[in-house]
Design a protein around this ligand. Structure first.
Ligand code: ADP
Ligand code: MG
Length: 646
């Protein structure tokens, strides 16, 4: 369904949700419904209440052909290719009704069926429009600085590197970096969170977010179609088009099912008259009802319409779900695995203690900060900050190497130096440093050692801050019967301390990145489907191995948005509980819909076999009515009740 009919840079076309280049509601279709509805109505009047039944039948035939044109055509092509489709069932039923002198019923079957189809399309279109409405938040024009003046141009014409002017109350036109000014920006369009975020020089701002009170100059970093919001919309549109296992099942199912139904209907025409003496015409009529009722349309849409509703709602709340199967899997998962640093904790570490052995403290910091100057780890950041504060300059490092999950090493002034966890100091017997190490660790701090190949020169103890809401989120998950597990590369004691404070059920510490992957595999073996929540960059391998990988705080990181199955735009751990609640609700609505569809169908089929229901009622309730009910139920997922938007 992704249309590329418009210009290649139209982000709505790329997302398949463009109303300008590809309108959603087809006026002709509406006209067909009105005209065939009138024909149907007057046909029924003529047949039953006037002495001109033949004229009425002609009108009904016209109504049938007009409203059922597509179904009849599909059925025709299916039959000549010896395939059986739903259209075949409906067409046989309608034709049968006309042949057995029930023209009103024949026309009604086709008319109501067409309406049911229309409702389905409308429901799908509604979700797409709802996603497209995110794009509408991004303005069509931007004010940019050119030749010393200020001009207003279409966002598509703004080049990367130009400066956009964003006044108070304006919406940011394109993704970029603030080069001048300061303000609070409401990022609800992307994160679903409307509490404004402070932005100053050097901060990233995103198209579609609203500048509240300050003046900003923004250097544009991405063209319109690559903006974060355009990518979100494109990814959601793609997710909506994906097929989930349940749907695939129904599809496969109906291939054998349709011919089976025709066979049963044929038996129903032959057997009862012979066995029970039921009049042939009556038996034929009941068989027609069976054909109509066997049409699994409401059943077929019950799952996708619910999934799309869930995905769309999530997107509006800053949670990007990239596939329906992910949504389903989260709703079924009994275990959620969290990474510690940066996920359950803020990852903004602080160096609390520096302990030196035989050298000045400044020397320990100097060595550590020099090695860490090349690392992107939160520990490295904290160490550099501390050295800066104390005015200690970084020295040159040669032969630098980063040992993921362990530390960093390099040569300073010709001396091989290391900063990292005890794993790197295996061969060095615990001497004077061991006591200090144990003491700091027992205070729940992350302790790293600094030293050379042969001696430890000092310790750095860092503390991290547990995220707001982490405890509540874990408690919420527990109340839903979900087991929480924490994985960390940090030491056992820190891991245990954090796990205890947050209320995590199970903690595995001292893991290297590849051991995290093995751990995820073990958890899958033990508990079934596993959802893993991490930062999407450091934890990429474990996220990829889990059944569903959830990347947190991905708003600024294209890598994380691309890599994870589910992306939480904002750095808010409570969104994990929101995601689980939404997924569980979606899964339960899917179950309700599928169950309702099967029960109603079976009920009507039973009534049909007993001859207690008429053909048009079967379509009205069993198809159109059921389709409507299934859609309305699915839309309930989007309503706030039951799923607090965190
Ligand atoms: P987590 O699993 O908690 O996110 P990591 O796997 O990123 O932690 O790191 C695990 C451990 O490896 C850290 O606790 C630290 O001891 C050590 N480490 C990793 N990178 C560095 C670094 N750049 N400097 C010092 N120590 C490091
Ligand atoms: Mg980490």
């Amino acid at each position: 369904m992704t249309g590329h009919d418009g210009p290649p840079s139209c982000p709505r076309c790329l997302a398949g949700v463009c109303e300008v280049h590809r309108p959603v509601v087809d006026r002709r279709e509406v006209a067909v419904f009105v005209v065939s509805g009138l024909l149907l109505f007057s046909g029924v009047l003529l047949v039953y209440f006037t002495p001109y039944p033949l004229a009425g039948t002609a009108l009904l035939l016209a109504a049938a052909v007009l409203s059922g044109y597509e179904v009849l055509r599909d059925a025709f092509f299916a039959i000549i290719h010896l395939r059986f489709s739903i259209a075949v069932l409906i067409s046989i039923a309608a034709a049968g009704a006309f042949l057995t002198a029930n023209p009103a019923e024949g026309a009604t079957v086709l008319y109501l069926y067409a309406i049911a189809e229309f409702l389905e399309e409308y429901a799908a279109g509604r979700a797409e429009r709802s996603i497209a409405s995110l794009l509408d938040l991004a303005p069509q024009t931007a004010r940019v600085r050119r030749d010393g003046g200020e001009v207003t141009v279409g966002v598509g014409e703004v080049a990367v590197g130009e400066t956009a002017i964003v006044r108070p109350g304006d919406t940011v036109p394109l993704d970029g970096i603030v080069t001048n000014g300061a303000s609070s920006v409401d990022q609800a369009a992307i994160t679903g969170e409307s509490v404004p975020v402070a932005k100053g020089v050097g901060d990233a701002v995103y198209a579609g977010t609203r500048n509240t009170d300050g003046y900003l100059e923004v250097r544009v970093t991405k063209p319109e179609e690559e903006s974060t919001i355009a990518r979100v919309v494109a990814l959601v549109a793609e997710a909506q088009a994906h097929t989930s296992p349940t749907e695939a099942f129904i599809e496969r199912f109906s291939r054998y099912y349709t011919p089976a139904v025709i066979l049963v209907a044929a038996l129903l025409v032959v057997v009862p008259p012979l066995a029970f003496g039921i009049p042939f015409l009556e038996a034929f009529y009941r068989a027609l009802i069976l054909l109509v009722i066997a049409c699994p349309c409401a059943l077929a849409i019950s799952t996708p319409v619910s999934m799309v509703s869930g995905i769309t709602t999530a997107a509006h709340n800053g949670v990007l779900i990239k596939g329906r199967d992910s949504l389903e899997a989260v709703g079924l998962a009994r275990v959620i695995v969290f990474d510690k640093t940066g996920t359950l904790t803020t990852g903004r570490l602080e160096v609390e203690d520096v302990v030196a052995f035989g050298v000045p403290e400044a020397e320990v910091l100097a060595v550590a900060a020099s090695l860490e100057s090349r690392s992107g780890h939160p520990i490295a950041e904290a160490v550099r900050r501390r050295a800066d504060e104390e005015g200690i300059p970084a020295r040159d490092v040669e032969e630098f190497a980063s040992l993921t999950g362990r530390g960093v090493r390099g040569r300073i002034d010709g001396v091989a130096s290391v900063v990292g966890n005890t794993g790197l100091f295996m061969e060095i017997p615990g001497g004077a440093w061991q006591a200090a190490y144990d003491r700091l660790e027992s205070e729940g701090k992350t302790v790293v050692l600094a030293g050379t190949d042969s001696a430890v020169i000092g310790l750095l103890a860092l503390s991290d801050v547990i995220r707001e809401n982490a405890k509540e989120t874990v408690a919420d998950l527990r109340s839903r019967g979900i087991r929480t597990v924490m994985l960390t590369g940090d030491n056992e004691r820190v891991g245990e301390a954090v796990a205890r404070r947050i209320g995590i059920d199970e903690c595995h510490a001292g893991l290297l990145p590849e051991e995290k992957v093995t751990m995820v595999e073990q958890l899958i073996d033990r508990y079934g489907p596993v959802v893993m929540v991490g930062d999407g960059v450091n934890d990429a391998p474990a996220l990829a191995r889990a059944d569903v990988g959830v990347a947190m705080g991905a708003i600024g990181s294209d890598v994380a948005i691309e890599a994870a199955d589910i992306v939480v735009m904002e750095d808010d751990i409570a969104k994990v509980a929101y995601l689980v609640a939404l997924s569980e609700k979606t899964v339960s609505v899917v179950r309700q819909n599928v169950t309702a569809a099967i029960v109603v169908k079976l009920g009507i089929a039973a009534l049909a076999v007993l001859g207690l229901i008429s053909l048009w009622m079967a379509v009205a309730f069993g198809d159109m009515g059921l389709t409507l009910a299934v859609i309305v139920n699915a839309l309930r997922i989007g309503r706030p009740a039951g799923v607090p938007p965190s």
